[in-house]
Design a protein. Structure first.
Length: 345
């Protein structure tokens, strides 16, 4: 009898013990997930000059943590709804330019507590199949956020795709558009480097950059080469200007974002009417990577993936000179239209 009672007691203690350990583990995981997800910047006062409403950071942290749990399947849809999280269409889009630093820009803006990024490139406006799925499909691809926050997505193909300006205009004619550019020849080489890496991965041979960028028959710049065409920024921008006034665009200097990200981010905060919340604390130079990385808080920081910041192949200096000469008049026009001079050679 005594033996039976002892066994029963032991079993009970075991159950209680497991429950306590389980709860403790859950709490640790929860705090961990908050640390990983939360921006460090404190929210004080009101959002922006346009009188957006306050919302408490603690609540936001909790909700983002909750959302994380929800995604992992540990929290119910009802709980998420209870906390007013919504999937909002973007109020700003990074429309390009490919290899301009679009990922770095998105990740860095996401340090701001009022910004929520769509992690994946959605390719809604440039892909006919996706576009045919309708705006609700697009909205459902967006992350959960507070109504006072702004969602930002980036799909660099938007900048060069014919149909996109009209399609975005139809969704929201007052949307804010961010374009991050780099010195056109460097950008073209970066573009080439990415494609080259893909070919090498598949054990395919590929032409040298020089052969693609310069037409061997005419010895002139090959404007049929996509990496060259993409770098003629003014041509693409002119198509966008048929739909949106220049005030709706903000040009980010992608070369400066590499060497001195904070002032570039502060200009974007201003353009988006956000209070300045990204600080030097959030950005630290990582000598091993050779780039600035992101610091969310005392525990969580991250650098961009290794696919960002590839080593470029050496290119014949005469080809570089030729390309720079070719881009020069287009660059002048770009400065003139945008009002931002970038001192490219
Ligand atoms: P490279 O690989 O040529 O160096 P995108 O995200 O639009 O594809 O742009 C990639 C480019 O972002 C990289 O080009 C890199 O130079 C640039 N970049 C800017 N800031 C960066 C950062 N903090 N970490 C890594 N890459 C960054």
């Amino acid at each position: 009898m005594l033996f039976k009672q002892q066994a029963w007691l032991r079993q009970k203690l075991l159950v209680l013990g497991s429950l306590a350990v389980g709860s403790l583990l859950y709490l640790v995981a929860r705090v961990g997930s908050l640390d990983r997800l939360q921006p460090i910047c404190p929210i004080e006062g009101r959002f922006g000059a346009r009188g957006q409403a306050d919302f408490p950071l603690r609540a936001l942290q909790f909700k983002r943590g909750l959302l994380h749990e929800f995604r992992k399947g540990n929290s119910s849809k009802e709980q998420v709804r209870l906390h007013d999280l919504v999937q909002q269409l973007p109020k700003a889009i990074i429309i390009g330019v490919r290899k301009g630093g679009t990922r770095a820009l998105l990740e860095m803006l996401n340090l701001h507590p009022a910004v929520v990024k769509a992690s994946q490139e959605i390719h809604f406006f440039d892909n006919d199949e996706n576009y045919a799925k309708g705006i609700e499909w697009y909205r459902k691809k967006m992350p959960f956020s507070y109504p006072q926050q702004i969602t930002i997505e980036k799909s660099p193909a938007y900048f060069i795709t014919e149909e996109v300006p009209e399609r975005i205009y139809k969704m929201n004619s007052s949307i804010k558009l961010l374009i991050i550019v780099r010195e056109p020849t460097t950008r073209a080489i970066s573009d080439y480097t990415q494609v080259l890496e893909g070919k090498e991965r598949k054990n395919k041979t590929y032409y040298k950059f020089e052969k693609l960028a310069i037409d061997p028959n005419t010895c002139e710049v090959n404007t049929k080469y996509k990496a060259v065409r993409t770098s003629i920024y003014t041509k693409h921008l002119e198509r966008w200007l048929k739909y949106f006034p220049i005030e709706q665009f903000h040009i980010v200097d992608g070369d400066r974002l590499i060497t001195e990200p904070l002032p570039e981010l502060q200009l974007v905060e201003k353009f988006l009417n956000l209070p300045p919340r990204i600080s030097q604390y959030n950005l630290y130079f990582n000598a091993t990577r050779g780039f600035y990385c992101l610091r969310f808080n005392i525990i969580f920081n991250k650098c961009l993936a290794g696919s960002k910041g590839r080593i470029h192949p050496e290119v014949d200096p005469s080809v570089i000179t030729k390309l720079r000469k070719f881009f020069h008049p287009f660059n002048q026009k770009f400065y003139q239209i945008t009002g931002r001079t970038l001192n490219w050679p």
